[in-house]
Ligand binder design. Sequence first.
Ligand SMILES: [Zn+2]
Length: 249
Amino acid sequence: MTQTGVEGTSVDLKLIKNIVMVGKIKTLTGLHIGGNKGELKIGGTDNPVITDPQGRPYIPGSTLKGKLRSLLEFSLNRVDPSGGVHSCGDEDCPICVIFGSPGEDRVRGPTRLIVRDATLVNDVDTEIKMENVINRLKGSAEHPRAMERVPPGAEFAFEMVYGIYNQRDYEMLRYVFSMLSCLEDSYLGGSGSRGYGKVKVEDVSLIVKTVEDYYNGREGEKIVLNGKEKHTPLELVENFESVLKEIGK
Ligand SMILES: [Zn+2]
């Protein structure tokens, strides 16, 4: 069904399919995503990492989504000069379409990308690292503070769902893969400029679920590229034309 937009444009708002992306985020350096300082654990620190109710560290979907959005804003030179979140509401704007804009009805259709919390899948314990500020004149360490961090080698399972509502949404999926690749040369969480939060994104599978699959109780189809079901973000960008073919553009 075609609806007429506010500005008189015609935009199709029928969900065609969802592309479910699952994969792993592996920490290569310590990761610090700040938690609730109010809940001081016994033997804890005043800079704890965020944990789920079972005390396991995780990567909130909002943290991952916000980071990808910010990388896309920088890469397209659309960073808000006031430092706020970019929001033009233009229906051609990849940032507003993929990640949403406040006052969502300005962009026709829902936010295309849903990012779930990424859960820790291997058995690692957080560690406490003492951080010092060096006194420039005396050369001595001062004001040590204890930072809790997830050590290198932790693996988090992530899941994102990208909804396709019109033909243009297919092409915009490229930005999601590109920013996942760009994330590897940036950082997640705090203290990134001091080496924290370097991650590797790997084993990304794409599962295509059409509206007909949902209606008929089918599981959807995992796409195969070059004989493989799992890919790096770089491979998905490199082979984007094949990805489009496989997801049935
Ligand atoms: Zn925009």
